[in-house]
Design a protein around this ligand. Sequence first.
Ligand SMILES: [Fe+2]
Ligand SMILES: [Fe+2]
Length: 289
Amino acid sequence: MRELTLQNLINRVDELPEVPQIAFRAIQLLNNPETDVSSLAQVISSDQALTAKVLRLCNSAFYGLSRQVTTISEAVVIVGFSSLKSLVLMLTTQSTMNKGLLGYKIGPGEFWHHSLSAAEVSRFLAQHTKSNNPEEAFIAGLIHDIGKMVLNQYALPEVYRATNLSQKERIPIREAETRVLGFDHADVGAALTERWNFPPVLVEAIRRHHNFEPYAPAGKTEALPLLVSTANLIAQSLEHTQIFNWSELQNHAQMLQDTLGLNIEQLKQLLPALRQRISEANDMLLLLD
Ligand SMILES: [Fe+2]
Ligand SMILES: [Fe+2]
């Protein structure tokens, strides 16, 4: 039987054929603080389908403009540089993430919806808490489960076994993955983003998105990992039940307070605005269908 280690799995993912090249470029671009308007416009313009989508969105009712936007440079001005960066990231990852993940029994659209929800919640939390990098939070939320895509593609038999084990024994999927593979999808996502030279805080946010351990390299606590774990839980709750299960967050109340300055009562009050934000993001993308 083949032995699948985390390292040889990652070595095989030199290029995720399922993820269009443009998405990688966009992600790298977004991570580069030196990205400027013209390099973003260049990335968008090099992809005709992406250009068409961006222009359609800018000209849609969503932005309610009185005149036609015909070039990407105009779009940058109208939509705003940072919104356009998130928009590009959304548009370039959507088609890939929209597919189902068979091994995980995740149907078409579900994985994308969860990723987008987590991205929106992460950005929202970053805007409303001590953490102050909403864009980074959005990216982290959007790709936090990317390890599942990799495993589903490169380790399908193992993923099937893990999914069955998780259902049979009623254990979380990450625990089942670890029992079958020796590592879980968070480890895979972290190894992958590390290889793509993502900033360490983003890599750690992905690695730790299922646990609430503080991340404090060099003694300074970084808020992003905790923020993404919180966003993941909120996104799951909003998707599956519409009724929020507070107990797990309650267990980490003190840490949320200390690290993010977020208290649970305050979070409860933010919930309706959060739901609204997620449904707006979905509506916007529906305009492109
Ligand atoms: Fe996950
Ligand atoms: Fe997740």
